[in-house]
Design a binder for this molecule. Structure first.
Ligand SMILES: Nc1ncnc2c1ncn2[C@@H]1O[C@H](COP(=O)(O)OP(=O)(O)OP(=O)(O)O)[C@@H](O)[C@H]1O
Length: 621
């Protein structure tokens, strides 16, 4: 999605998302403006009626109404006036209702489109974005910022247009009634405008900071909720409360920075508008009592003056409401910037225009001199080259943090290589469509994530058309069927966030069942390290053996016993392959692999090995 990041975010978002529902917007705005104009009728008619009833010289005239439609007698004039006032009130209510309904429909629909699109764009962002774990910020954008925009579209836009209509309408009427007095009333307008411009400039950065602060607070809260077990076991409640207090205090300070300016702005606007009212009252009063004062000329009638004062009041009220409109605009603008900023982030891992689409791949995998780093100049995978024939298994083994998982993730294009190339069936993964790649490469990670839903839904995840029988068959092959049967509702048991919690071994087997159902040509298996009991491990291994048979598999192994049958073992250390070959060959070589094997298979660790492990830890590798 592209937006002009430098431009006005509200205009961009509005231009993109408001198109489909523009009739609702037009109805909302037109009824809002009409409603406001109709509500001007009662004071106008009231003034006319006063002057015509109490002053025989003054004819009964209503602007824009032809004379032959007006009543002839005084009692008819009273009835006529009351009739217009009642009609205006009813009309105003109907218009207000229509206006509210249309704008509410409009703004809620636009909110819905923006939220869904923003979510969609967000989940296409590179994995590196999510590694930063700023989930609170993203949630704040998807919730608070999108809602802010809705409120702006639902009420502020129409208030602003109403304001313009009212101000222009009333200014016109004031000039019509008495242009000299009108000049006095309107002299406040330029002062109000200059003050408003200053206010907008000053408050904009403060709103930006406030919006960011909402995200920071969300991030902190969410992170703490995720880590509640650690907080409790480490007994760090006080420390965490202090951290929340600090973040919340920052939020408070930024809110206050905005609020104190708003509190200054609103009363000042009221004061300026009130001064305009007072000046009109003073001048009109003097005029009535002693004739036209100073440079003013002509007559002023009581009814005219009453209408004038009513109108001035109605003119002044919305002007002081400019404050609310401006603050809502600035707040929505800051939210708009954050939405546009999120969806306009450049995405590296995405389909090329002419990407290769295939239904199936054979499963030939090749890494050709691959180098990758998360942080600039700190490669985690260095000059990695190897080939796996279709159907073969290659295992990465080696010390923790050596870069094994990272190397495997490059095949799935969770990240793109810095140099070299990863190829599937001879095609660079960057040239394959993501759909082709990810539907043909399955991934079972160390840390199995279960979605909130039933067991069956979790197994079926990604293969949504699979039948119940297929789900069960996959679960049987993955050695999951027996424990699923024992859950309260079998395959319909709810698991995940709001459901039954499963053990690490059980989750692992559901993940294997999920991959079994997906039946990909290539599988990446980041083997579980969690200490499961021997029996469970045996079950997992049996499930895995069935899963990996006859398909290209890249295994990241921590227990060497699980991969000694692999066609090829790559011993990775500090991002490089330091040894490669079959289990037997590597034992013969008597290098790092042989040492690791000896330790894991129960032979006591040699003094040199322990020394090396300690030295490695000291080096931070
Ligand atoms: N998302 C990330 N952002 C930055 N650095 C990362 C990221 N993921 C991993 N690393 C770093 O890259 C290095 C390799 O990590 P990787 O997970 O690939 O190692 P591994 O060999 O699979 O380790 P283990 O056996 O513990 O799973 C580590 O130093 C790690 O800190």
């Amino acid at each position: 999605m592209t937006f002009d990041v430098e431009g006005d975010p509200l205009r961009d978002l509005f231009g993109r998302y408001a198109r489909a529902d523009w009739p609702l917007f037009v109805v909302g705005v037109v009824t809002s403006v009409l409603g406001r104009l109709v509500s001007l009728a009662p004071p106008l008619v009231l003034g006319v009626a006063i002057d015509a009833t109490f002053n025989d010289d003054v004819p009964y005239e209503i602007p824009f109404v032809p004379a032959d439609l007006l009543p002839a007698t005084q009692s008819e004039e009273v009835l006529y006036s009351v009739g217009i006032v009642v009609a205006a009130l009813v009309g105003s209510v109907l218009l207000t209702w229509t206006n509210g309904a249309a704008l509410s429909l409009f703004s809620n629909r636009v909110q819905h489109y923006i939220r869904v699109d923003t979510y969609d764009a967000m989940q296409r962002l590179d994995m590196a974005f999510f590694d930063d774990k700023q989930t609170g910020q993203v949630l704040a954008i998807l919730n608070d910022d999108v809602r802010n925009l809705r409120m702006f579209l639902g009420s502020t836009v129409s208030s602003a247009l109403q304001l313009v209509a009212t101000v222009v309408g009333i200014a016109g009427l004031l000039f019509y009634l008495n242009w000299q007095l009108a000049l006095v009333t309107l002299v406040a307008v330029p002062a109000l405008a200059v003050f408003t411009l200053w206010f907008m400039r000053t408050i904009r950065p403060r709103y930006r900071a406030l919006r960011a602060s909402v995200g920071e607070l969300n991030t902190r809260l969410e992170n703490n909720l995720d880590g509640m077990e650690v907080i409790k076991t480490a007994h760090t409640e006080r420390h965490e409360t202090d951290r929340i207090r600090e973040t919340s205090w920052q939020y408070y300070l930024r809110t206050w920075a905005v609020a104190k300016l708003e509190y200054l702005y609103q009363p000042t606007m009221d004061l300026l508008a009130g001064l305009a009212f007072a000046a009109t009252f003073l001048l009109g009063g003097l005029w009535l009592v002693g004739g036209a004062p100073g440079p003013f000329t002509g007559d002023l009638r009581v009814g005219e003056f009453v209408t004038f004062l009513f109108m001035t009041q109605r003119f002044v009220d919305p002007l002081s409401g400019v404050g609310r409109i401006v603050t809502s605009y600035e707040d929505a603008r800051a939210s708009g910037e954050r939405i546009v900023g999120l969806v306009s982030r450049p995405v590296v891992v995405q389909d090329r225009e002419d990407s290769v689409v295939r239904d199936h791949v054979e499963g030939h995998v090749e890494y050709d001199d691959v180098t990758f780093s998360y942080l600039p100049d700190r490669p985690v995978v260095r000059n990695l080259s190897f080939t796996v024939e279709a159907g073969e298994t290659v295992a990465f083994v080696g010390p923790t943090g050596a870069g094994k998982s990272t190397a495997a993730k490059l095949l799935l294009r969770l990240y793109d290589v810095d140099s070299g190339s990863v190829r599937v069936d001879g095609v660079d993964v960057r040239d394959l469509s993501l759909e082709t790649l990810r539907s043909n490469v399955g991934y079972v990670s160390q840390d199995v994530f279960l979605f909130d839903g039933t067991v069956a839904e979790n197994v079926r995840y990604g293969s949504f058309d699979a039948t119940d029988e297929a789900v069960e068959a996959a679960a049987r092959l993955a050695e999951a069927h027996a424990f699923v049967e024992n859950l309260p509702d079998g395959y319909d048991t709810r698991v995940g966030e709001r459901g039954v919690k499963l053990s690490g071994g059980q989750r692992q087997r559901l993940a294997i069942a999920r991959a079994m159902l997906q039946d990909p040509a290539i599988l990446v298996l980041d083997e579980a390290t969690s200490a499961v009991d021997t029996e469970t491990e045996l079950l997992i291994q049996r499930g895995l053996a069935r899963l990996t048979a006859d398909r290209t598999t890249l295994v990241i192994a921590h227990r060497l016993s699980t991969v000694k049958e692999a066609d090829q073992l790559l011993v990775v250390d500090d991002g490089r392959v330091v040894e490669r070959g079959t289990h037997e060959r590597l034992l013969d070589e008597d290098g790092l692999y042989a040492t690791l094997w000896n330790v894991q298979s129960g032979a006591s660790a040699s003094e040199e090995f322990i020394a090396e492990v300690v030295a490695r830890a000291d080096r931070g590798t």
